[in-house]
Design a binder for this molecule. Structure first.
Ligand code: GRF
Length: 197
């Protein structure tokens, strides 16, 4: 029996730089998280995270959404690719596409996302700017179960970050991202160790 045989598997889905993906790989490497990353899938060939995954010897696949005539067809191709690995969790880490209900329902309960706000506050984009504009004293990030409604679904874990006087979007985003990198591995660990019945 190999070391990885009995570990739960995850598939990570990205669109960009992949820093949250790297934080998950780092947590695995230092023994904080006992999962196997079966694959990293990106909808963009130029996602920096794809190269980082390859450097870490993780199987990678690019499924270019622009090659499909519709969102439904793209999601069906993604679904088929992910199903090859029968993962315990499908981990969206900076995946910048809206998913169809068909896709979300197929992975119901095992599809998770990280969002840079204290949900249910600030669903959608530009969360840091909106938190500053709203005069929030606290901001942060959430890992949540994905449901067909955007940035909805049960929150698994949140990280809180103070909004400082005269904060800039860049500074606040950097402090939130630092917390995201601890939050996502912790949330995956929680879900793996306390599976929902
Ligand atoms: C993160 O801010 C995450 O909260 C959001 O997209 C960003 C992804 O960053 N969903 P990275 O690709 O993991 O570096």
């Amino acid at each position: 029996m190999t070391e990885t045989t009995n570990k739960p598997t995850i598939v990570i889905i990205i669109s960009g730089r992949g820093s949250n993906m790297v934080s998950i790989l780092d947590a695995i490497n230092v023994g904080e998280l006992a999962v196997t990353v079966a694959a990293v899938i990106s909808n963009r060939a130029d996602a920096a995270g794809i190269q980082l995954a390859q450097q870490a010897n993780i199987p990678t696949t690019v499924i270019d959404h622009e090659a499909f005539a519709s969102r439904e067809l793209f999601d069906q191709a993604m679904l088929k690719e992910i199903d090859k690995y029968s993962p315990h969790l499908v981990v969206l880490a900076g995946f910048m596409r809206i998913l169809t209900k068909e896709f979300v329902d197929h992975f119901a309960g095992k599809l998770i996302n990280i969002h840079p706000s204290l949900l249910p506050k600030f669903k959608g984009l530009n969360t840091h700017q909106r938190a500053i504009d709203a005069g929030e004293k606290e901001h942060g990030a959430s890992v949540h179960i994905v449901t067909p409604e955007l940035d909805d679904g049960t929150v698994v874990l949140q990280a809180h970050v103070a909004v400082l006087k005269n904060d800039t979007v860049e500074a606040l985003a950097a402090r939130v991202l630092e917390q995201e990198h601890k939050l996502y591995p912790a949330a995956i660990k929680k879900l793996i160790e306390e599976p929902k019945e």
